[in-house]
Structure formats: C-alpha cells, structure tokens
Write a protein that binds this ligand. Structure first.
Ligand SMILES: CC(C)(COP(=O)(O)OP(=O)(O)OC[C@H]1O[C@@H](n2cnc3c(N)ncnc32)[C@H](O)[C@@H]1OP(=O)(O)O)[C@@H](O)C(=O)NCCC(=O)NCCS
Length: 193
C-alpha cells in the first residue's frame, strides 16, 4: 500500500481553532517550536536543518499520517497530526500534538485542538478508537487529554526511544461511544467561558 501525502487533507475547522495542512512556508516556525525546551523535553533533539524538517513534516512516514498547523484566529501556534494505527484499516487512529508558541500553552488551546480533531475523527471519519501516548511524566499533557475525554489504559514500558533515552508511554484511548459525553462536556465548558 502506498502511503498518502501527509499534507493532502482538507482543513478541519473547530469552533475556535482551525487545523490546516502544513506547507513549506511553515518549516521555519516548526524549527523554532521544536527548539523550545518544553517541546524538546518530550520530542528530543529538533531537526538539524530545513531539509530534515521537510522530510519529517512534509513527506510520508511509516503509517498513513496527516499533519496540520493549529491556528488560533489566524495565528499559527503549534502542530497536530493524526495517523491510522494500521496501514490497512482505519478503525484506530492515533494523534499527537505540540503547542509551539510558549504564550499559547496552559490556556486551554491544546485541549481545544484535541477536541476539534476528535470530533472530526469520530463524526466524519467514523473511527472506533483514538489513541494518544504521552510520557507518564508529562502531567500537563495527560491532564489536557483527560479533559478532552481520554482515559489511561495503562503504561507501556520502553515504548519509544527519544534520542538515546528509552521512554515509557501512558497509553490513553477514547472510544466512539464515549465521544458524545466528552463532546457534551466540551459544549458545557464553552458555555461557561
Ligand atoms: C501538552 C500540551 C499539548 C497541552 O496543551 P495546553 O494548551 O498547554 O494545555 P491546556 O491548557 O489545554 O490544559 C493543560 C492542563 O494541564 C494543567 N497543567 C499544567 N501544568 C501541569 C503540571 N505540571 N501538572 C499537572 N497539570 C498541569 C493545566 O492547569 C491545565 O489543566 P486545567 O485546565 O484543569 O487547569 C502543550 O502544553 C504542549 O505542547 N506542551 C509541550 C510539548 C508536549 O508536551 N507535547 C505533548 C506530547 S504527548
């Protein structure tokens, strides 16, 4: 099976944020964000140069993956991606996110971006399960994912290698039947803002 172009996707519009495909013009922002210490803590060393960033963000990787810039009222603030966990079936999608602009963190925008992509994956793509796998030490990420509706399934030890360091993963999922309640919490938090 040939892998899709990670930038060949329609934009995903949420009530507040827009997720739109990455373009080559975004590479300098991505490089800057990936050099931020809060991002490097969990992503490791950034791409060495624009050519490496282009390969990572604009070219297909091991699984069908689509990559987006998160925009808050037109301002690029971070990167979000979704992928199918298996090359031949779309029942399980995985997501990953970082908010690259430091002043955009801890303001609810990461949770908002995750809710926006969950709505798209469950309601438009019809997936059965969405997975996210932060490091267990990443308390902020785990809190944001719980707010969006994920729950912890368990910790997978030595799940990934970040540079020379083995990292555990807090394997978190949300199922399609859990989405309506998570969406209702999203709407009620919107109303109380
Ligand atoms: C993780 C990330 C995506 C979350 O997005 P965000 O917009 O900053 O998060 P939100 O504001 O939506 O929610 C963060 C929650 O964590 C809480 N929090 C912040 N720091 C925390 C900490 N050290 N321990 C526990 N909770 C923490 C916040 O108070 C908030 O919860 P609240 O709304 O109940 O008060 C973003 O911070 C980020 O990109 N960080 C750097 C890279 C990274 O960790 N990426 C994720 C890899 S899996």
């Amino acid at each position: 099976m040939s892998l899709p172009d990670p930038t060949d996707h329609e934009p995903i519009q949420g009530p507040r944020l827009r997720l739109r495909p990455i373009t080559p013009d975004d590479l300098p922002d991505l490089m800057r964000w990936l050099r931020d210490p809060d991002v490097m803590d969990f992503y490791g060393l950034p791409p060495a140069d624009l050519a490496e960033a282009r390969q990572v963000y604009l070219e297909p990787s091991g699984l069908p993956t689509w990559r987006f810039i998160v925009e808050d009222r037109g301002r690029p603030i971070g990167e979000m991606q979704y992928y199918y966990s298996y090359t031949d079936a779309a029942w399980s999608a995985g997501i990953d996110i970082f908010i690259g602009e430091p002043d955009a963190r801890d303001r609810g925008l990461g949770t908002e971006a995750i809710r926006t992509v969950l709505q798209y994956l469950f309601e438009t793509k019809g997936v059965s399960r969405v997975v996210i796998d932060p490091e267990p030490t990443n308390r902020r990420a785990i809190r944001a994912y719980e707010k969006a509706g994920f729950r912890l399934d368990g910790v997978i030890r030595r799940h990934m290698k970040i540079d020379d360091r083995w990292a555990d993963a807090a394997f978190m999922t949300i199922l399609d039947e859990e989405w309506p309640a998570a969406k209702a919490r999203w709407h009620s938090s919107e109303r109380s803002r």
